[in-house]
Design a binder for this molecule. Sequence first.
Ligand SMILES: Nc1ncnc2c1ncn2[C@@H]1O[C@H](COP(=O)(O)OP(=O)(O)OP(=O)(O)O)[C@@H](O)[C@H]1O
Length: 913
Amino acid sequence: MAHSHHVRPGGAGLAPAAVDPRESTTRLLRDLRTAVEGLTAREAQRRFEVHGPNALPHHAARQWPAALLRQCAHPLALLLWVAAALAWIAGTHELAWAIVAVIVLNAALAFWQEEQAEQAVEALGEYLPQHSRVRRDGLVQSVLAAELVPGDVLLLGEGDRVPADARLLSGALEVDASALTGESSPVQRAADFPDVARRAVDSPVLVFSGTVCTAGVAEAVVYATGRHTELGRIAALSARVRLAQSPLERQVRRVAWLIAAVATGVAAAFLPLGVFAGLTWAQAFLFAIGLLVANVPEGLLPTITLALAAGVRGMAQRGALVKRLSAVETLGSTAVICTDKTGTLTRNVMRVVEARDGRGAEAAPREEFATALARCTTADERTGAGDPMELALLAFARSCGVALHTGQRDAQRARLFRFDPHLKRMTTVDRVGSGLVVHVKGAPEEVLARCSTILPATGGAQPVTAQAHARAVEVVGEMADRGLRVLAVARRDVAEEPPDRGAAESGLCLLGLVGLIDPPRPEVAAAVAACHSAGVRVHVVTGDNGRTAAAIAHQVGIGAHRVVEGPELDALPEAELDELLTSGQEIVFSRAAPESKLRIADALHHCGRVVAMTGDGVNDAPALRRADLGVAMGASGTDVAREAATVVLTDDNFATIVSGIEEGRRVYDNVRKFILYIFAHAVPEVLPFLLFALSGGAVPLPLTVLQILAIDLGTETLPALALGRERAEPGLMNRSPRRRAESVVSRRLLLRAWGIMGVVSGVLVLLGFFAVLLAAGWRPGADVVGDPVLHEAYRQATTVTFLGIVFCQIGTAMASRTQRAALRDVGVTSNKLLLGGYAFELGFAAAIVYAPALQAVFGTAPPPAWALALMVPFPVLVWAADELYRARGRRRSARADRSHPLGGTRAFGDEMP
Ligand SMILES: Nc1ncnc2c1ncn2[C@@H]1O[C@H](COP(=O)(O)OP(=O)(O)OP(=O)(O)O)[C@@H](O)[C@H]1O
């Protein structure tokens, strides 16, 4: 996660002494007052005080006046500016000012909301601080990357992110410098390369903060940290990161524009209609502007941004760090999860539970066997660093009486052929006594294929016969079926160091097999069950043996209907792979090469399924980038994988992905909820204008323009925000995943907003309006301006329309809280923010109706008590109408479920029932 460290303001530190990182290493070390053994911890502490943390400065605080101005100038606001200008020209300065107030208040709200969103994304870095290995006090230690100082000696290896600018002292690396140079192919860097590059960034002996090591190991001395690094210099130049727009935001933006266009059309149409109804052109003009302002959904977009940001926060609390706002919504539509096995489904806490001799018989391991286990490792038992499987092997070797000190093991090692996920084995060449011994461990089929002899529990080595080979394969399969991870171990005496890997790994003697257990994580079974009820398929993609993987998959409830071995997958034509992946089966891809993940991610994407793909190694990065959602392991994964992924799991746990999906679905649902709420007011606001126009003026205008603005501004905002915080509704994880192409504004949503809640509200408020007028003796066509009694009644009547809409919106907000469930199932008072929103809404409305100064501006008059009483049931009626509609939908889907005896999950599609 680039740019994610934080610097306390003022902690910028001093510029480091000017050193030339490309001078000879001896001089550089002297200039930096350090040595190849690194600094002492105390000296590092002192330098930290001087140089400050190794972190990029926080994005300079936003220039708020400029940002606020930008909000006032976005396209929807521009539309409102035009309306304000027209109102001014028409001579209605009051309205013009009111519109300007709308713009400014909305801009302020949007500004605040975006600020919140950016903070949410920036804060993620704090959840997952980067660590680096350095030499301090003569020991290799893991320290926070933010605490590195010039002079520190770094240990870099495959998968590490380079934490600061450094000069290589020894070793060689392959580095992906694309973050810095834009060059996508990796470059070679080595301590002993001649340095003839012109630019520092091209120097073969330097590595830079922000780049990542894709292969090799090296030691390097840090010469620049924090903002003095190349990356720091670039970051200081570039502007702050903009929040990229998510598909949801794009959709909503389109909808907002559509509505703005319709509003403009309606307003234009109102002009002649208004004049026909008896208004002057100036008056008609004014009302047209009012209609326009009422219907431009200016607050919608920032509210969505805020909802997504709240989602990012919520997910982070549950252990899923989402690096882009849009990933919140993608997670919610996940249809397929492709998961690793080790560490994600299982705990990655291993223990050897079984050992077999070369013939496959259960026996205590011979000394050669235990020695091989101890020597063919790179993990460090003292610090617990390294592969948990190797730690288990070391512990086992010790229990067999072979206790080899880590330092001794490494000192006696002549050669190391690292574990390679393609070859699935690892080899060391060790000096044992006076001779050289090759030790190999790895996947049984790989090791077995390179053995020419086997060593029984007692006696001498025997040649591998077809029968012995078959027996070994059978034993491996039988162990794997019990969910054990099986490794084969082999050795060979050599006279001199083998020239290459191929030579080392041939003519081996099979020492035996070890079986390790790695129990499933306890939460995973429930999470898999949740996936199944949510219509999400789970495939396992693992480097392990198919039968081991299938056994583990079964233990946690993953179907594992088919096991596809690596070579079988490679031979599978695209069309068949697509068919396999869409067949509804759950598949275990075993002995899979990292490239297989890429192929599977591509195929699923091609079939239109949103796929979450987990990974942890350097080789997984391309698949993580290509999948709709790359999910990296925060605890055990490499920096490279974390950088490539969109989601990082702080606990590496499969169950956390599932909580992320739930959170994503909730956020998307909530966006729908406040769209529904905001849309619903359109009908009761537009209906009065239509009535006025269509009656040719016989019915006076039931609602004034400023009253509409008061609703938009005063009563709408807070309840809409509160809906964005609604909790998950029951049944959220019982629906099928949302289809990729599905629009956030569905027909069902419009039906509820306009057809049901809108119409009921419209009828109710007009009822109130006419009741007050008629009670005062009004008849159609009567003059409500000239007659003082009727005029007072008219003011009261428009006030009732205004209050009626406010009351109806209370019911609408209640009904909008669920999409399908009954409100009683989520609890009427469970959204405390919404209750606060109501209090604000009512207080605001009361001020407009009862405060004399506001009465004059908004043309209101306190209505008679009986009219108020008449409105009390409004919220309940609106809400009840929608409640009935939802109940009908639930009955229908229950019937549909019954008529499909196979059950299964119902389409989530928010289409009409
Ligand atoms: N350190 C190692 N030394 C030797 N062989 C290993 C080592 N680690 C793994 N193997 C072998 O290589 C196989 C593949 O390992 P890899 O790490 O690619 O996948 P995995 O950890 O089994 O599964 P997953 O992809 O689910 O994490 C293992 O099944 C094992 O046989």
